[in-house]
Design a protein around this ligand. Sequence first.
Ligand code: MN
Ligand code: MN
Length: 288
Amino acid sequence: MSDDTLSRIRGAFFGMAVGDALGAPVEFMMPGEIKARHGILREMTGGGWLRLKPGQVTDDTDMSLCIARGICAGNGWDITRIATEFASWLKTRPIDVGDTCRRGIRNFMLHGQLETPPNEWDAGNGALMRMVPVAIYTVSDDALLHRCAIEQAHLTHNHPLSDAACVCYGKMLHLAISGASRNRIRREVNLLAEEFPNFNFEPYKGLATGYVVDTFQTVCHYFFRAKGFEECVVATVNQGGDADTTGAIIGGLAGAYYGFESIPGRWLKKLDRSVAKEIEDLALSLVK
Ligand code: MN
Ligand code: MN
């Protein structure tokens, strides 16, 4: 792999964590509240409803690391191993776990369940937020991406809109990692919106709830408008709502598209040390 590709892969994983840490302190806030408190939030302040330290990440990064550990510890893709990593993580009593994720992990722990039954309430963004390691591991193999995306999603979320968003985001990451243009990446979103018109993001409705459609629209709106990694992530988290998760998802995409070197050094410096160390160890191991 070229240095450029390796930079995009590291950019995706670090970008995701940085977006999570930047957005988490304003999670569940309205854009107006963020403006009143921060003007434009550009720094890792910590705080928020989870009382975070500056640079601290949340479940979005934690669960992505679980998937990466699960892949790197064994011989490639093993959904039981990934579920076991989720279970070990849940036992550490993380500060923040989505209800749908908790239910799925508990059903694995109690009953060995690897696929949660279809559920109309499973269209949250909890499966989408942890797609970065899946896309890195399956880079250059769209069929494998499809299988792995759905398998990991169904550990906790089983809904056609969540599934479609996970697969599409994975393809967008593949394209970004391979150096494709924004127009080319945009075509994947157009295909998704042909099948599921809900994902149309123009005109942008300004919703950044935990609903996977709102999350996806917010990420697309800012990715295709803003220029550069910092502008993409700042614009997205200042939209508030599920800001750590929209931040993580755009951070992964923009990190892949603009490369590791585009991530502001001041954010990387603040990022939780042990998280940064583990990403450094795992990001490139996923493609070995
Ligand atoms: Mn989170
Ligand atoms: Mn969140």
